[in-house]
Design a protein around this ligand. Structure first.
Ligand code: GCW
Length: 722
């Protein structure tokens, strides 16, 4: 009896302890998201045991700062994942050694005679291979350069984090694009233009003496996904960044970034010679101006030998530029390029240029302004073109400049921060949008001339290649405001490395590293991520609608908006709804900017019968009773899309709630509260847009679409709060 009692007591205690262990193992500790995808929490025992048996010691060759970074990353990562750190050695003396280095830093790696393969992979490429070093088994991470070895080390950690087998490794990787750059629209006062995750990460007043340790974590995160550049300041640039005082601060940041292969770039204000040195002009053909920039470049490179170059927004939205002096964009870009060329720096010249003239179509402006300069830019100029012809809308067709400038090094600019996509409140996985863009067929050299082929140099052999993303990071503890939007930073880096990577692969990797390896949960979360973008398009701008957001903030719907001083900042300019129908006619009967595309693409978009319905209202003004492919009339179809978007958010909310036991409580709750906002917003978008468009369509809502809760006047009177 007593015995039995005590048995029961023991087993009760055992099961409580077990339950606690299980609970902490499955739901893990509270997590504020700071560690991003580099969490390195302990792997399940069985998996960890397997890995440990192949990783008893570790040898990192080399004495550079990057080699030191590799050592610290591997020590940190492996200790976290495996529970114990492998022994650190200077040479291979045992089986199961992890050896990292370059043929130059390690004679053991040199003796493997992998030089030919390594040089084919370039300075940033790497191999991860199971090999024998003398009598010993080893895993070797080798590259031509330290930074390649760093990328390989992060890739190796990723294999462990995602629980991939490491028994017979034979991985070869190299980045397909050379410049993989985040653009920060950070102002010198700490605010961020279109930033929704707190203040700037650069504390200008504390620099150069006080360096926030967070800078290193920022660099680590970037290196872990292969990002190799960071433009520190807003393209709406303040010339002050180029003063000696600020350049010292910039150099202090560059010193931290260097150990992680990250180069610093700056946005240059075109009129800086006037503002900083009192020159009478910023005319790019004026020798004094050219000399000023040359000296400025020399000064920068003295402080920052690996400086990347300048990003320039010229003659766009009020910014100064060469057009101010009646010079061309090529004159402006080439003058700056000449100053940077001796140091191997580049100019990233933005194509986001649109001028107001009567009756013009903003979607055609960048092409009109820049395409004539094909072949006129210097060898170290890249033309930075937004993915779509207007401005980072939830969905745009690809920009017609892609494929239309065979003699120009074109680099896409994507927007990671969600200026038009619900700020940091809406869960949307942008890899899907970027995939659609990169896979778009320009037909420039026949069928299959995708944007990714234009961009990676395979179509026209451009020497400099790259991908730029407007960052979504800020001082918020979890970096991006919404835990899920870390995935967009991650996806940007992975696509810059390999622009053909499937979204599903990116999502799976990210979920496993960031949230859980639980197969069912990974599946649920990846499904909702992969559906999220189409759903957002449904509840914001279905069927090719665009730019119908609230003025200035760009949060929430305002299709009625018509009070901006520029016509092409007004939603009514873009949707053109009237009694007959809705949409912007960009065919020959309208602005005809569809003609900027290659004839095959043009003909497909221009024909109502062949135009993809997702772009219908982008290219056509369509009658309300136009018969869609589904058999519905346009009005009904539009309403059903809005409803579908709302339904998706509701479903996602439920699915997320069901994941409560699998995700740590802190992040689960944070995401749940963001999803509640997203649901409120989606309903609001549907109701505001349909109430307004109904005043033109004069048709009832089709069955299955819920009636709005408020009157149109109420939607017009209230801005959605964020
Ligand atoms: O999307 C628009 C934004 C501006 C931005 C501009 C640009 C930095 O509303 O805030 O300015 O594009 O890309 O230059």
């Amino acid at each position: 009896m007593t015995f039995a009692k005590s048995q029961t007591g023991t087993s009760f205690i055992t099961s409580v302890v077990l339950a606690i262990i299980l609970f902490t193992a499955t739901t893990s500790r509270a997590d504020d998201g700071y560690r991003l995808w580099l969490r390195y929490d302990p792997l399940p025992q069985l998996v960890a045991n397997q890995f440990r048996s192949r990783l008893t010691s570790i040898v990192v060759a080399g004495n550079s700062d990057i080699a030191a970074a590799i050592r610290s990353e591997l020590a940190n990562g492996l200790t976290g994942l495996l529970g114990t750190a492998p022994a650190t050695k200077t040479t291979v003396t045992d089986d199961a050694t992890l050896l990292i280095g370059t043929p130059a830093s390690s004679s053991l790696i040199a003796r493997l005679r992998w030089d030919e393969q390594l040089s084919a992979l370039g300075p940033e490429g790497y191999v991860i291979r199971s090999a024998r070093i003398g009598p010993h088994s080893a895993i070797v991470i080798a590259s031509q350069s330290d930074v390649g070895a760093l990328y390989g080390s992060f890739a190796f950690l990723r294999l462990l984090q995602t629980q991939q087998p490491i028994a017979n490794l034979n991985v070869s990787e190299k980045p397909r694009l050379r410049l993989r750059v985040l653009d920060h629209w950070d102002n010198l006062d700490g605010s961020i233009e279109r930033g929704y995750a707190g203040q700037s990460l650069w504390n200008w007043s504390a620099l150069p003496n006080n360096i926030d340790p967070r800078l290193r974590d920022y660099a680590r995160a970037n290196a872990s996904i292969g990002i190799n550049g960071s433009t520190l300041n807003n393209v709406n640039a303040d010339a002050q960044i180029l003063t000696p005082d600020y350049l010292k601060k910039v150099a202090a940041i560059a010193n931290v970034f260097r150990a992680y292969g990250l180069h610093v770039y700056l946005s240059a204000r075109f009129s800086a010679p006037m503002e900083l040195s009192g020159l009478k002009t910023a005319d790019p053909l004026d020798p004094e101006v050219a000399l000023w920039w040359k000296k400025k470049a020399d000064e920068i490179y003295t402080l920052i030998p690996d400086f990347g170059g300048f990003v320039v927004k010229a003659n766009s939205e009020g910014q100064p530029g060469p057009r101010t002096y009646n010079r061309t964009h090529a004159d402006g870009a080439n003058m700056l390029a000449a100053a940077l060329a001796p140091h191997s720096g580049v100019v990233l010249w933005r194509a986001f240029v649109y001028d107001m003239k009567p009756g013009y179509d903003r979607a055609g402006a960048a092409f009109e302004n820049l395409q004539p300069f094909d072949g006129k830019f210097a060898a170290n100029v890249m033309l930075q073109v937004k993915n779509g012809p207007i401005d980072f809308q939830p969905r745009e067709p690809f920009h017609p400049l892609f494929g239309a400038m065979p003699k120009t090094q074109v680099v896409p600019e994507l927007q990671i921060t969600q200026e038009y996509l619900g700020f940091s409140n809406h869960l949307v996985f942008l890899a899907q949008m970027w995939r659609e863009f990169l896979d778009s067929d320009t037909h420039a050299k026949g069928k299959g001339s995708t944007v990714s082929k234009v961009v990676d140099g395979s179509l026209y052999g451009q020497r400099l290649t790259g991908l730029v993303g407007v960052a979504n990071t800020g001082s918020d503890r979890n970096w991006t405001g919404h835990h899920f939007l870390q995935a967009n930073w991650y996806a940007f880096g992975r696509l810059a490395w390999n622009p053909d990577l499937p979204s599903q692969t990116i999502a799976d990797e990210w979920i496993r590293m960031t949230f859980t390896n639980d197969a069912a949960a990974v599946n649920t979360i990846s499904q909702l991520m992969l559906q999220s973008w189409e759903a957002l398009v449904d509840y914001m701008t279905p069927l090719g609608l665009h730019h119908i957001m609230w003025g200035k903030t760009h949060y929430g719907p305002a299709p009625w908006w018509d009070t901006e001083k520029r016509e092409d900042w007004n939603p009514v300019y873009f949707h053109r709804a009237d009694a007959k129908g809705i949409g912007f006619d960009r065919t020959a009967t309208g602005s005809n900017t569809v003609a900027q595309y290659h004839p095959d693409v043009r003909d497909k978009f221009a024909n109502l019968q062949t135009c993809p319905e997702k772009f219908l209202l982008w290219f056509h003004h369509v009658p309300w009773d136009h018969r869609m492919r589904s058999g519905n009339i346009l009005w009904d179809e539009m309403a059903l899309h809005y409803q579908r978007g709302v339904d998706w958010v509701r479903r996602t909310n439920k699915q997320w709630n069901e994941l409560a036991g699998v995700i740590d409580r802190e992040r689960h709750a944070a995401v749940a509260s963001k999803l509640a906002i997203q649901e409120r917003d989606a309903v609001w978008w549907r109701d505001a847009c349909l109430s307004y468009f109904q005043t033109f369509s004069k048709r009832p809502l089709p069955s299955g679409v819920e009636a709005p809760a408020k009157s149109l006047e109420e939607y017009k009177a209230t801005a959605l709060s964020w």
